[in-house]
Design a protein around this ligand. Structure first.
Ligand code: NAD
Ligand code: DAU
Length: 361
């Protein structure tokens, strides 16, 4: 692993992964290929922008020529593919971009890798790897009494987002099976931590609470996610890159499964403590139940025994401490937050997603 291409590196997990890799690996060249959609943010990487190991190329994974040129120019041996449309609610209001980016984009990137590594034989095959970052949502939804998903659980995606990620996983696997493209896939549960775009539950609740705005809880708030600290996720991906086996899939999960309402109440309690003079205390009074997400998955739970037994990975962060650190991060980085809050696109999204929910309730 010498010349690494990270796609979607200006997003939440990608930027955390770039920070992680530059911390733990010295002898690498890292290229961040990101189209800078609404979710891409170079402010998240300001501290590494001048690192001689780091290169940013504004580029789109749907553009095969651009991807091919990056692979050749930087002699890329390892691709870590994060770039995607990622918000379930946006995939319900507008699915088309999810098909374009997650399916056509992944296909285009796979073709570029096949061409450079397999057709041009630019590098020794045993030195290359396509790592695809995917989600637990491909497995669908669990009832309360069902066992956690393993790597062998059949796919049953429910949202257009989940379906587009499932399709991209299948494409990656098929390139391994048919063409012999070396690959690994990780399917991961809900991440939280620094630099997450505030359309997702945890940062949205923190920022709304700080401003005294309603805290929207979909449906009855009893849906369950498997929360994982983003730094634990980055460590797991790094392990899979260095020790994972070609052609294998690994589940990654946080071993934390509180209901959404509990997550929201916990954030409120942390803010009551960290912002003792807030006029919005107690913050839990801001909670508002709103119309549910259509097709809302009830429960996610990942069985992580494979990555634990084979690669020795388990999450290091407790949810209690991780949430507190995350709230503190958003309190300590008002410039990062304000730059997003001021964007028209973000304001437009909040109106599009929440106004009609409040009216329906
Ligand atoms: P994000 O939405 O924060 O960032 C996505 C990044 O991809 C942005 O920087 C965006 O500019 C870039 N991008 C989008 N379309 C692009 C294109 N066509 N070409 C190049 N770049 C493009 O996403 P995230 O939450 O960091 O998720 C990263 C990956 O991890 C995704 O593949 C997602 O499906 C997966 N994942 C996320 C979670 C989670 O909880 N956030 C959990 C499991 C898996
Ligand atoms: O499970 C992994 C997935 O986690 C990733 O693949 C996705 O990219 C990522 O966005 C995330 O999807 P979720 O839909 O689970 O995350 P989100 O933060 O949007 O919502 C978490 C839960 O909170 C979900 O049950 C919906 C609920 N929710 C969300 C928002 C934004 C609310 O109740 N209110 C809200 O305003």
């Amino acid at each position: 692993m010498k010349n690494i291409l990270v796609t979607g590196g200006a997003g939440f997990i990608g930027s955390n992964f770039i920070h992680h890799l530059l911390r733990v690996e010295t002898d690498i060249r890292l290229v961040n290929a990101d189209a800078l959609t609404y979710a891409g943010n170079l402010d998240s990487l300001a501290d590494v922008a001048d690192d001689p190991r780091y290169h940013f190329v504004q580029s789109n994974i749907c553009d095969g020529e651009q991807m091919g040129a990056i692979l050749r120019d930087f002699q890329i041996d390892t691709i870590v593919h994060f770039a995607a449309e990622t918000h379930v609610d946006r995939s319900i209001l507008g699915p088309r971009q999810f098909i374009e980016t997650n399916l056509v984009g992944t296909f285009t990137l796979l073709e570029a890798a096949r061409n450079y590594w397999l057709n041009e034989k630019a590098l020794p095959l045993q030195s290359v790897r396509f790592h695809h970052v995917s989600t637990d949502e491909v497995f669908g939804s669990l009832a309360l009494d069902e066992p956690a998903w393993t790597e062998d659980t059949p796919y049953a995606p429910n949202s257009p987002y989940a379906a587009s990620k499932a399709g991209s996983d299948h494409l990656v696997r098929s390139y391994g099976h048919t063409f012999g493209l070396p690959y690994t896939i990780t399917n991961c549960s809900n991440n939280y931590g620094a630099y997450q775009f505030p359309e997702k539950l945890i940062p949205l609740i923190i920022l709304n609470a700080l401003e005294g705005k309603p805290l929207p809880v979909y449906g009855d708030g009893q849906q369950i996610r498997d929360w994982l600290h983003v730094e634990d996720h980055c460590e797991a991906i790094h392990l899979v890159l260095t020790k994972g086996k070609n052609g294998e899939t690994y589940n990654i999960g946080g071993e934390n499964q509180p209901a959404n309402l509990t997550i929201v109440e916990t954030i409120c309690a942390i803010l009551d403590d960290l912002r003792r003079d807030s006029p919005h205390k107690p913050h839990r009074n801001l909670i508002q139940f709103v119309a549910d997400r259509p097709g809302h998955d009830r429960r996610y739970d990942m069985d992580t025994r494979k990555i634990n037994a084979q690669l020795g990975w388990s999450p290091r962060h407790t949810l209690e401490q991780g949430l507190r650190d995350t709230v503190q991060w958003y309190l300590s980085n008002p410039e990062w937050v304000d730059a997003i809050r001021q964007r028209q696109e973000y304001k437009g999204w909040l109106d599009a997603n929440y106004k009609s929910r409040e009216e329906k309730q």
